[in-house]
Design a protein. Structure first.
Length: 268
């Protein structure tokens, strides 16, 4: 599979807040109080800047993350809210598990490079018991690194190959268990695709291999990720973001599938 090299911005220094100190001097003989400002302005108080509303999301995963550039699609959905910008970056390599990422080290360096609001973790389907155990284990390890920088871990729930569709519920359960183990955000993307597949089977959600997402599949995943990250409904996001290149008939079904999956997942 194609490998997408890690990329992440340098850490950004936080704003400096200048405070004006005011000293009170009591003049014993005159009984007056003189206010002396330490700054050049005469007694004016400093105003603290508003907090930065930027939403910063780091993705750590494999080809299910870099296929169709999922982070960029999430960023475009951010145009639905002109009051805040969305910054995304990713560390994604073909066939990588979270254990592979942990051993390589690029993901930890990316986490430490900026103050991410959300760090999205993803590996393969993980339907088997031993795969679920590894998913929970390495999610827990990464969660420790994520919380050091004030971020929150999120689990990008994937799906099985369509040749093993019977494993879908087990895949979903594995990702739900990992999110619960770290009090993380569950991104039920796989369940969104299952809802769309059941309700509108004419929409092509997968490539020819029956596993990697098509452009429509990636869009459904992005709707889930952005809606959960921003705390908004996925319904109507496309219009608010300025539209998409997908056939117009696809959009309501994709948004409805994302909304259904989010509602049914509940939780954090």
């Amino acid at each position: 599979m194609q490998e997408r090299r890690a990329k992440y911005p340098p850490a950004k220094a936080g704003p400096l807040i200048d405070r004006i100190a005011v000293a009170s001097l009591r003049l014993a003989r005159l009984g007056l109080v003189t206010l002396a400002a330490a700054a050049a302005s005469c007694g004016s108080a400093g105003v603290e800047p508003a907090s930065d509303p930027t939403l910063r999301i780091l993705f750590i995963g494999n080809s299910l993350t870099y296929a169709n550039d999922l982070p960029a699609v999430v960023q475009r959905l951010g145009q639905s809210d002109p009051s805040r910008s969305v910054v995304v970056s990713s560390v994604a390599f073909g066939d990588y598990s979270l254990e592979d990422h942990w051993n390589r080290g690029d993901a930890q360096r990316a986490i430490a490079s900026a103050r991410w609001d959300l760090v999205v973790l993803q590996q393969g389907p993980s339907a088997l018991a031993e795969s679920r155990a590894l998913l929970v284990d390495y999610t827990t390890r990464f969660a420790g690194e994520i919380r050091k920088i004030g971020g929150r871990p999120a689990l990008y729930m994937v799906w099985p190959p369509m040749s093993r569709e019977a494993e879908w519920s087990a895949v979903s359960a594995s990702y739900a268990a990992a999110a619960e183990a770290v009090n993380g955000v569950l991104l039920p993307a796989g369940e969104a695709l299952r809802a769309v597949r059941a309700g509108t089977p004419s929409i092509p959600l997968f490539e020819g291999d029956g596993f990697h997402p098509s452009v429509a599949g990636t869009y459904a995943v992005a709707l889930v990720v952005y809606a959960r990250a921003a705390g908004v409904s996925p319904v109507g996001l496309t219009v608010r973001a300025g539209g998409s290149s997908l056939p117009p008939a696809y959009v309501p079904a994709l948004e409805a599938g994302a909304a259904q999956a989010i509602a049914e997942a509940g939780g954090n």
